[in-house]
Design a protein around this ligand. Structure first.
Ligand code: WT7
Length: 662
C-alpha cells in the first residue's frame, strides 16, 4: 500500500513509493538524477553506452550549434539490431515481443525471433522495390502487427517512415505524402473498428490521385472486404513480403540518420513534419522507458493503449519497449467493443503489469462506471502511466484506486512529438507523487518555468515551460522548413526551447502542467491547430469566415468550438451545421470535427483585424468577458454570447471514443 498522507484535499495528498516497489525498482535512489545534474552530456553518453549496442563509438557526444544538434557524432548503430537481433543473440528469441489482440478476438503471440524474420522479409521487400537509405515510406494502417513490422523494416535499411494515423482523411494523408515526398505507401485493405470496417485502401486510393512521388502501394489483407488494386502500382503484402528471405543484414547507420518523420499540428494550417534521428532518439526512448516504466523484461507484461500513428506509439510501443526486450500487448480496436470492459478483459487475459494510457480515456472509464473494471481481475497491475494532457486529480485518484487497487504508483509523463521521449515524470521507485503533478524533470533533462522575460519564475511561480539544454531525442527540425523550426521553438526565448505549454511550480517545487498557451488545442491529448480547422471550415462554399477555439470538456480535455460567419446567400440550419462537421472530418479527420458550431454575423476582431480567440473562448467557457476595449466593435461579443446561450450545444457524442483512444 502507498503511504498516503490523508488530507481533505486530494491535491495535497502525497504518495510515497511503497517499500515493496522500491525493493525491486530499476531506479530507487538519486544517482541518475545526480549524474544528469552533474553533466548531462556525460550522463547521456553513459546511458547510450550502457543500454545500446554501437557498431562504431562516437567521436563527440554533442555538437550544438543552436538550434541544430548532432548527438553521438560519427557513431553508428542499427536501431533494429538493438530492438531485435541482440535479444535473440543473448538467448531470448522465444520471448514474446507482442501479444497482439485483434478487435474481433483473434490473437497472435509474436516472439522476438519471429518479429526479426518478419522485419527482415519486409525490409527485403522494400529493397526489391528500390527503397534506399534516406527514402521516405508512408505507413497508413490499423493497429496490426505488420504496422510495427513496416516501421522496423524501414529502420533496418535506413529509410525514414512517416506513419499517418489511420483516422486521418485522404486529404491529410495526401498532404503528408507530398510534403515528405514519400516513394512508397504501406496500408491495409481495411481496419476493424467496432465490428465494422474502415476502408483504409479506398482512402489511400483517393489520396494517391495526386501524389507524384509514390511509386508503389503495398496492401496488407486484414478485413478482406474487397478493393480495387491498381495495376503496376498496388501489390499485396502477401505476394511481395512472404516470399522474401527472412535474413537481412542490419547495416550500421549514422547516429544522425533520419529515422522518421511524424506530423504534428502547429499554429498554422500546415502540419509540421517533426524529424527524429537514430542514435539520440533510441538513447532517449530506451533510457526513459527503463527508468519510468521500471521494466523487468523477464516478468512484466506492458501495455500502451496508444496508436502507432502518434508519437506515443513510436516511442513507447515500438522503439523503447523493444530496445528493452519488453513483452507488450498490442490491441487493434476500441475500448468499448464488444463491450465497455474490453480493456479490463485484456489486462486480465494477459496479466498486464504496466498500463500506459491517457487521461481522456480514464475520464471516459469513470463515466462508464466501476462495474466494468470491477468485473475483472486487475491485480496483476503494478504500475500505471498517463500521457497526453494534464491529468486532473480526481481522475488520478480514480485510476489509482479503481484500476490500480490503491497500490500502484502512477507516472504522469509530460512530453511532445518534438521531444521524442519523456521530459518530465516521476520515477516510480523514487518520487513521492502528488495527484495531478507530473513532478520533476527526468535525469539529464533541463526544464524550467519562465516568465515573459525568459527568466526563472521562482518557487512557487507560474509561466511558460521551457527546456534549457539540448537532449538526445530532441527533434532535429521541421522537414523542409528550417525557418519554422527556429521560429516556433527557439525564437520566443533566446537559447531556450519553447514548448508552448504553461506550467507552474508549487511551493515544494513540483511541476504542474497547465495546457497549451498557443493556438493549439488539445483534444483527447492530441494537438489540433485552430488554424487547420478554420481553414477547413472556410473551404466550404457556404462559409465566409470562421474562428475556432478549444473549450474545456470534461471527457476530452478540450473540445472544438467553432464560430462561423456564413456567406450572404446562406442561412444557418442544423443541416448545414452537420454538413460542416462532416466537411471538416473529410478534410482532416474525425478528431478535428467541431463539437459545437455557432453561426454568427460577425467575429470579435482587433482594429488590425486579428480574431480575438480569447473572447470566444470566454463565451464558450461561459466566463466573464474580460477586456474588450481593443475590439473594433465591442458589441459583437455580447451579441455572440446572447446567441450562444440560447442555443443548446448539441450533444451527440461523435465517435467520442475514436478520438479518445488515439
Ligand atoms: C502536448 C504534446 C506526448 C505524447 C502525446 C501527445 C500535452 C502531453 C502531458 C502531460 C500535461 C501533457 C502538452 C504537450 N501533454 N503529456 N503528462 N501533462 N500535458 O503528443 O501531440 O505532441 O502533444 O500534449 O500540452 O505540449 P503531442
Amino acid at each position: 500500500m502507498s503511504d498516503a498522507i490523508e488530507t481533505h484535499q486530494t491535491e495535497l495528498r502525497h504518495f510515497a513509493p511503497s517499500s515493496e516497489f522500491v525493493a525491486r525498482a530499476n531506479v530507487s535512489d538519486s544517482s541518475l538524477h545526480d549524474a544528469g545534474d552533474a553533466d548531462s552530456e556525460t550522463y547521456w553518453a553513459g546511458q547510450a553506452r550502457e543500454l545500446l549496442h554501437w557498431d562504431t563509438e562516437w567521436s563527440k557526444v554533442l555538437d550544438w550549434d543552436p538550434p541544430n544538434a548532432k548527438w553521438f557524432v560519427d557513431g553508428t548503430l542499427n536501431v533494429t539490431y538493438n530492438c531485435l537481433d541482440r535479444h535473440i543473440e543473448s538467448g531470448h528469441g522465444s520471448q514474446v515481443a507482442f501479444f497482439w489482440e485483434g478487435e474481433p478476438g483473434d490473437e497472435r503471440a509474436i516472439t522476438y525471433s519471429q518479429l526479426l524474420e518478419d522485419v527482415s522479409r519486409c525490409a527485403n521487400a522494400l529493397k526489391e522495390l528500390g527503397v534506399q537509405r534516406g527514402d521516405r515510406v508512408a505507413i497508413y494502417m490499423g493497429m496490426v502487427p505488420e504496422l510495427t513490422v513496416a516501421m522496423l523494416a524501414c529502420a533496418r535499411i535506413g529509410a525514414a517512415h512517416s506513419v499517418v494515423f489511420g483516422g486521418f482523411s485522404s486529404d491529410s494523408l495526401r498532404g503528408r505524402i507530398n510534403d515528405a515526398e514519400a516513394k512508397i505507401v504501406i496500408t491495409c485493405d481495411g481496419a476493424w473498428r467496432r465490428g465494422g470496417v474502415v476502408a483504409l485502401k479506398d482512402i489511400v486510393d483517393e489520396a494517391l490521385l495526386d501524389t507524384p512521388t509514390i511509386e508503389k502501394c503495398i496492401v496488407l489483407r486484414r478485413t478482406d472486404h474487397g478493393n480495387e488494386m491498381t495495376d503496376g502500382r498496388d501489390i499485396w503484402w502477401h505476394d511481395l513480403v512472404d516470399r522474401q528471405s527472412p535474413e537481412c543484414i542490419p547495416e550500421p547507420m549514422d547516429a544522425e540518420q533520419l529515422l522518421f518523420i511524424l506530423y504534428t499540428s502547429g499554429t498554422t494550417a500546415k502540419p509540421k513534419g517533426i524529424m527524429h534521428t537514430t542514435g539520440g532518439y533510441l538513447t532517449g526512448v530506451t533510457s526513459t522507458f527503463r527508468s519510468i516504466f521500471d521494466i523487468h523484461p523477464d516478468e512484466d507484461v506492458y501495455w500502451c493503449t496508444a496508436d502507432c500513428g502518434w508519437v506515443t506509439g513510436h516511442s513507447y510501443i515500438v522503439y523503447g519497449p523493444l530496445a528493452n526486450r519488453a513483452t507488450s500487448v498490442l490491441y487493434e480496436g476500441t475500448p468499448d467493443y464488444p463491450d465497455k470492459d474490453r480493456f479490463w478483459a485484456i489486462v486480465e487475459k494477459y496479466a498486464v503489469t504496466i498500463l500506459y494510457t491517457a487521461p481522456t480515456a480514464i475520464r471516459t472509464f469513470m463515466k462508464w462506471g466501476v462495474e466494468y473494471p470491477g468485473a475483472h481481475d486487475l491485480t496483476s497491475l503494478r504500475l500505471l502511466g498517463s500521457v497526453g494532457e494534464p491529468i486532473n486529480p480526481e481522475a488520478w485518484i480514480w485510476y489509482h484506486d479503481v484500476i490500480g487497487g490503491s497500490k500502484t504508483p502512477i507516472v504522469d509523463t509530460w512530453w511532445q512529438t518534438e521531444t521524442g521521449a519523456v521530459m518530465i515524470s516521476p520515477l516510480p521507485g523514487l518520487t513521492t507523487l502528488k495527484p495531478g503533478s507530473a513532478t520533476f524533470a527526468m535525469p539529464g533533462i533541463g526544464v524550467d518555468v519562465v516568465g515573459d522575460d525568459g527568466r526563472h519564475v521562482g518557487i512557487p511561480g507560474g509561466g511558460y515551460l521551457v527546456l534549457t539544454k539540448p537532449w538526445p531525442s530532441m527533434l532535429r527540425g521541421v522537414w523542409g522548413d528550417p525557418e519554422r523550426f527556429q521560429e516556433t521553438y527557439w525564437s520566443r526565448f533566446p537559447g531556450l526551447y519553447f514548448a508552448g505549454d504553461g506550467a507552474r511550480y508549487d511551493d515544494e517545487g513540483y511541476m504542474w502542467l497547465l495546457g497549451r498557451v498557443d493556438d493549439v488545442m488539445l483534444v483527447s491529448g492530441h494537438n489540433i491547430s485552430t488554424a487547420e480547422v478554420e481553414s477547413a471550415l472556410v473551404d466550404h462554399h457556404a462559409v465566409a469566415e470562421a474562428a475556432v477555439v478549444g473549450v474545456h470538456d470534461p471527457t476530452t480535455g478540450q473540445a472544438i468550438s467553432a464560430f462561423v460567419v456564413l456567406k450572404n446567400d446562406h442561412e444557418p440550419s442544423k443541416a448545414l451545421e452537420k454538413e460542416l462537421r462532416i466537411h471538416v472530418g473529410n478534410l482532416i479527420g474525425a478528431i478535428a470535427r467541431p463539437k459545437s458550431i455557432l453561426f454568427t454575423d460577425d467575429l470579435p476582431k482587433t482594429r488590425s483585424g486579428k480574431i480575438m480567440r480569447r473572447l470566444l473562448r470566454n463565451v464558450a467557457d461561459d466566463e466573464t468577458l474580460g477586456d474588450t476595449t481593443t475590439l473594433a466593435d465591442p458589441g459583437v461579443v455580447a451579441r455572440i454570447k446572447d446567441r450562444y446561450l440560447s442555443v443548446d450545444a448539441e450533444d451527440d457524442e461523435v465517435d467520442d471514443l475514436e478520438e479518445n483512444q488515439k
